[in-house]
Design a protein around this ligand. Structure first.
Ligand SMILES: [Zn+2]
Length: 310
């Protein structure tokens, strides 16, 4: 995956709070079904992992050591000086993430306006230890997630190397990170369309609304990727110059390593319990990501009106 050197980035869509503590005495927000928090992977496994990396632990990392009071945050880091163009995105990983977020939002902004509606931009927040969100305080162990209350995507960048690659065994790579981001922005689109409100977030199972919501987000991620190299920025040129077959293979490999059945079997101790499915099986996640990739059409992602989830 590469970026057009001259295309302009909009780093204002990213808030970089790495190294900033979100507060003490907080609680983990994921799994708080009533809040509608939607993540990238099944949550209860994260809560069982615990330990190194603070995965889903109930005690926030650095709690009590940071010296920051609850709700207090120091100044965000500034990406605007280093992330200006596609050339910066080709050279610098943080800037690549900025470019990916810009591209995803450019796509949805265009798609909404084609259908006569208005897309509202969502901010992506990078964090490292813990972060205050409209859905509560999240600690570092939580996977990428979307909080509908503040319409924010939250991303601990260490998730990719520490969890997705090392613990789950996925190949990883930049386009895999793009898939994860596009999945979370898929949840934002669902929120804007009122889709997530019609789903009971506490109801799991192989044909549950939650699984349909997650598979649709995977499909939306594929839809963006299909259109990424032809989506113009405000300056007219697409930000992303190419996505290779190897990139797509890596994203499908990631999908394979985050299916509910895979995680339950390989990470959670071996027993597959369909009643706890929240994101779909590996095969289903690959299927819906592929559907989006091949069609490039959000209408093809109607996971709520099909008996064939895969
Ligand atoms: Zn999700």
């Amino acid at each position: 995956m590469d970026f057009n050197e001259g295309a302009n980035l909009d780093p204002g869509q990213i808030r970089d709070l790495r190294g900033v503590s979100g507060g003490i005495g907080g609680r983990v927000v994921a799994g708080g079904g009533g809040l509608g928090v939607v993540g990238f992977i099944i949550y209860f496994l994260l809560s069982q992992l615990g330990g190194v990396g603070g995965l889903g632990g109930s005690v926030p990392l650095n709690g009590g050591l940071s010296g920051l009071g609850a709700g207090q945050q120091v100044t965000a880091n500034d990406l605007s000086s280093e992330c200006r163009t596609g050339a910066d995105a080709n050279a610098n990983h943080d800037c690549a993430i900025v470019a990916i977020v810009n591209s995803i939002q450019d796509y949805w902004s265009n798609a909404f306006s084609r259908s006569g509606t208005t897309y509202r931009e969502a901010t992506t927040t990078f964090f490292s230890d813990s972060v205050n969100t409209g859905c509560g305080v999240a600690d570092a162990g939580i996977g990428p997630f979307y909080c509908p209350a503040d319409e924010g995507v939250y991303l601990n960048l260490n998730f990719f190397s520490d969890v997705l690659q090392r613990q789950f065994g996925a190949r990883g790579g930049l386009f895999t990170e793009a898939y994860v981001l596009a999945h979370e922005y898929g949840h934002h689109v669902q929120n804007l369309l009122g889709r997530s409100d019609r789903v009971n977030h506490n109801d799991t199972g192989p044909t549950s609304g939650l699984v349909r919501l997650e598979l649709q987000a995977d499909c939306y991620a594929g839809v963006w990727a299909h259109n990424a190299t032809t989506t113009p920025t405000e300056s007219g040129e697409p930000l992303i110059s190419n996505i290779t077959q190897d990139d797509i293979a890596a994203a499908l490999d990631a999908a394979q390593h985050i299916g509910d059945d895979y995680l339950q079997r390989e990470i959670g101790g071996g027993r597959v319990d369909e009643s706890q499915f929240s994101h779909g099986t590996s095969a289903q996640r690959e299927k819906w990501l592929t559907t989006g990739l091949q069609t490039g059409d959000p209408a093809a992602c109607d996971t709520f009106n099909t008996n064939d989830l895969g």
